[in-house]
Design a binder for this molecule. Structure first.
Ligand SMILES: *Cc1c(COP(=O)(O)O)cnc(C)c1O
Length: 390
């Protein structure tokens, strides 16, 4: 299906809402029934119609249709956060006694769920280096039910070979889930490679304006309906109509935002690669990236998120550099209009900093919608100002 059609037209039935061009925010908690018989039907099949907005809601449904189609998937659920999409999808694949194989450093809250929450329910996991197919194969136990992927991840951008891992999983009757937040469906469509469930944090590029937290999960009708009836309704983690409306609004400009951000990112990265204070840049579509070949086969683009390894050998010099930036603001998250930076050392105590440890000298940058020259000037002045750098 054509992306322009999906984003601008699919799922919109203007006649149902006074021919308004913009979809309405159906801000209601519940829906009326003419007869008890009709209500009974809704109780029997909540996925078949509107009963209560913890389940389905018409504003959310427009968004679900578009996001399913963008992923090339049959169906979609939208959650009130990316973390909720992770939790619901993983929970749907496991029971007490099961085992999960996951990439070794998935998104923080996925990591905490595997390490802290699921063991309490009798679900074990193994974290592996997911860059080699053998590691997946060797870690499978008789009770392994789920492979959890994140490709690329959002700090070091390690990839997994989606097609090979999906094939292995199918042979062994294992379900695959991928966190596709980095690429969005515009730049990677995991279902094409045989992945069962694809999720993303819509807080990032789908919303695109740093004003909404949300998550998307796509898959077959059968799997998605089951997750709706079991996890989504039980956890109560569906998106609110107003937030769904903000995502619809964000979605309209997704292709052009990604295109602009991708182009700016290339210019900024090329400049950084030649700067004397920068040891290395990590970006999956950079020809120097270790998995560049694989990235080219399964991703059609990469946008604003990349990591630099600074040559500065003190934590204070790294902090000083970040503090001196005026327009790369210090904040978590990414995908909005504004450029951002986080140094890895922000998550460690001062005395843990070891300059020989490359990861301690990492800063993650996100390029927003500003012009490349404007951003480079900001980086330049911050490097120049840094008197602690030697
Ligand atoms: C932000 C993020 C999430 C979590 O999404 P929220 O919307 O913040 O709950 C999951 N995975 C990745 C890779 C992320 O960057």
């Amino acid at each position: 299906m054509d992306t322009s059609y999906i984003i601008n037209h699919l799922g919109e039935e203007h006649g149902a809402y006074y021919n308004a061009i913009a979809p309405p925010i159906i801000q209601t908690s519940n829906f009326l029934f003419e007869t008890v018989g009709d209500l009974r039907k809704a109780f029997d099949d909540e996925y078949g119609g509107y009963l209560y907005s913890r389940g389905l809601n018409p504003t959310v449904d427009i968004l679900r249709k578009k996001l399913a189609a963008l992923d090339g998937a049959e169906d979609c659920l939208v959650f009130n956060s990316g973390a909720a999409a992770i939790f619901a999808s993983v929970l749907s694949c496991v029971k007490a006694g099961d085992h999960i194989v996951s990439v070794r450093s998935p998104y923080t809250w996925a990591q905490k769920m595997f390490a802290n929450t699921l063991p309490r329910l009798g679900v074990q996991h193994s974290f592996i280096d997911g860059t080699h197919l053998e590691n997946w194969e060797e870690t499978i136990l008789p009770n392994t039910t789920l492979f959890y992927l994140e490709s690329p991840n959002s700090w070091t951008y390690e990839l997994q070979d989606l097609e090979a891992i999906a094939r292995l999983a199918k042979e062994r009757g294992i379900i695959t889930i991928i966190d596709n937040s980095y690429c969005t469906p515009l730049y990677q469509q995991p279902h094409r490679f045989g992945i069962d469930l694809s999720l993303q944090s819509a807080t990032k590029y789908i919303g695109g304006h740093s004003d909404t937290v949300a998550g998307v999960l796509t898959g077959s009708c059968k799997r998605i309906e089951k997750i709706f009836n079991e996890e989504l309704l039980t956890i109560g983690s569906s998106i609110q109509p107003f937030n769904a409306w903000l995502l619809l609004r964000g979605l309209r400009t997704l292709p052009m935002r990604l295109e602009k951000i991708s182009a700016t990112t290339r210019v900024v990265i090329n400049w950084l690669k030649t700067h004397p204070a920068v040891e290395r840049v990590l970006f999956p579509l950079d020809p120097d990236f270790p998995q560049y070949q694989l990235a080219q086969t399964q991703m059609s683009g990469a946008c604003g998120l990349f990591t630099i390894i600074l040559k500065y050998r003190s934590l204070l010099a790294i902090e000083e550099f970040c503090n001196a930036l005026k327009y790369f603001r210090i904040a978590v998250s990414w995908g909005g209009h504004e450029s951002l930076i986080i140094p890895k050392c922000a998550s460690m105590p001062h005395d843990a900093f070891t300059p020989d440890e490359e990861s301690h000298r990492m800063c993650r940058l996100y390029v927003g919608l500003e012009e490349p020259g404007f951003l480079i000037a900001d980086l330049q002045q911050a490097f120049d100002k840094n008197v602690l750098s030697s």
